[in-house]
Ligand binder design. Structure first.
Ligand code: ADP
Ligand code: MG
Length: 413
């Protein structure tokens, strides 16, 4: 039987993994890296994916697209190199590359995959992710939630009985989920999150701040200048996760009648933290929501697992520790843990891994539309699946001969 691969299709970075003899392996891509930037470019009628796309984006900003995951599940058309694409077509390019990299590692064809999505993704976003897999030539056997995958990876081959809090803060989304692990049963207690909150927002906030500084203030910014600034800003952000101060240095950013314009700015960690604090604090809402939905207090949490690149920011770690009163687990790789969990789920589906049961929940409330365009909730968020609810509704008018059942998902009444 051919191998089923596990894919973490991230907003910023993607990872592919498989289980070999019960041990997870993260597959190194063609470029020699364990993570692949989720960036696609169209250049001279050829698609480039990953590092190749990333390396040319400054000179080809119109022909390069990143963070496509933020658009998945919408009908919004995406322009890439003057050509219109659907978001799932772009995502498929990334999946195709991961598939090829896995095939070259395994030396055989790969046709099946498990793909992870943020727990908070709605049905449309999940279906579109599946569609992207199909376009890439992958049968998507299961879509699983990223925090659930992370917990699977954390709990694999450990005989534990714990309540774990998974906090995922990536490039485009954040998730907060609570799981109970015991005797190989992984039960999601609650999940909450924001599909529009991540490191991208932090970069954007820093960018807005930089635009107010001299000599950027008032300077006309074209795509190329913006791309160079964004790149330098992200680099500075990464440096501030270990250094206390960093400098942004972009020579010949632009020019005017007085000659070339260079940009230089020295950024301290404390200034950085001051700028990004509102975004970090925004994650607290989901943390609190996850706790209250699970009817738990911070003291009930045994272990905190940090997932996603943005959890490397010291301020984020500090806040999580403050909110949950616990030092996060150190032996989990925040970049790889989700893909490894997907690979574990793949091996469960292949019948190679036994004694693991996964109980997930509905991230959003499900209901039907009733008179007056209102949503009558039927299955509340965080209900363990599978579940069923029966309710009798009556027609709105006398002698009504038909009804249209409109199923809704979300929390707005
Ligand atoms: P996704 O799951 O959305 O693909 P990742 O988990 O790969 O995202 O995280 C990517 C985000 O993490 C980016 O915004 C990136 O700038 C940020 N990031 C990665 N490493 C660091 C670091 N050392 N310090 C701060 N932010 C980081
Ligand atoms: Mg991620």
């Amino acid at each position: 039987m051919s191998k089923i691969i596990g894919i973490d299709l991230g907003t910023t970075n993607s990872v592919v993994s498989i289980l070999e003899n019960g041990e997870p392996t993260v597959i190194t891509n063609q470029e020699g890296d364990r993570t692949t930037p989720s960036i696609v470019a169209l250049k001279n009628d050829e698609y480039l994916v990953g590092k190749l796309a990333k390396n040319q984006r400054i000179l080809n900003s119109e022909g390069t697209i990143s963070s496509i995951k933020r658009k998945i599940g919408t009908r919004e058309e995406v322009l890439l190199g003057g050509k219109s694409h659907l978001s799932e077509e772009i995502s498929a390019k990334i999946l195709q590359k991961l598939k090829r990299d896995a095939e070259s590692y395994l030396g055989t064809q790969v046709t099946k995959a498990v793909i992870t999505v943020p727990a908070y993704f709605n049905n449309e976003q999940r279906e579109a992710t599946k569609k992207a897999g199909e376009i890439a030539g992958l049968e998507v056997l299961r879509i699983i939630n990223e925090p659930t995958a992370a917990a699977l990876a954390y709990g694999l081959n450990k005989n534990i009985s714990e309540t774990v809090f998974c906090f995922d803060f990536g490039g485009g989304t954040m998730d907060a989920s609570i799981l109970e692990i015991s005797d190989g049963v992984f039960e999601v207690k609650s999940t909450s999150g924001d599909t529009k909150l991540g490191g991208d927002d932090i970069d954007q906030e820093l960018y807005n701040f930089m635009l107010q500084q001299e000599p950027l203030n008032g300077l006309s910014i074209d795509n190329q200048i913006k791309a160079r600034l964004m790149e330098a800003i992200e680099k500075a952000k990464l440096e501030l996760s270990s250094a206390m101060t960093t400098s942004i240095n972009i020579p010949f950013l632009s020019a005017n009648e007085n000659g070339p314009i260079h940009f230089e700015f020295s950024l301290t960690r404390s200034k950085f933290e001051e700028i990004i604090l509102p975004w970090v604090m925004k994650t607290k809402k989901s943390v609190d929501q996850a706790l209250s939905d699970a009817q738990l207090m911070p003291k009930d949490i045994d272990e905190v697992i940090l997932i996603g690149g943005s959890t490397r920011i010291p301020l984020v770690q500090q806040k999580i520790k403050e909110w949950l009163g616990k030092e996060p687990c150190k032996n989990v790789n925040p970049d790889e843990v989700v893909a490894i969990g997907a690979a574990i789920q793949a091996s469960i589906l292949a019948g190679e891994t036994e004694d693991i049961v996964l109980l997930d929940v509905t991230p959003l409330t499900l209901g039907v539309e009733t008179l007056g365009g209102r949503m009558t909730a039927m299955i509340n968020r965080n209900s363990t699946v599978t579940t069923s609810v029966t309710e009798v509704f009556i027609t709105a008018r006398d002698l009504q001969t038909s009804v249209e059942v409109n199923i809704l998902q979300g929390e707005r009444p």
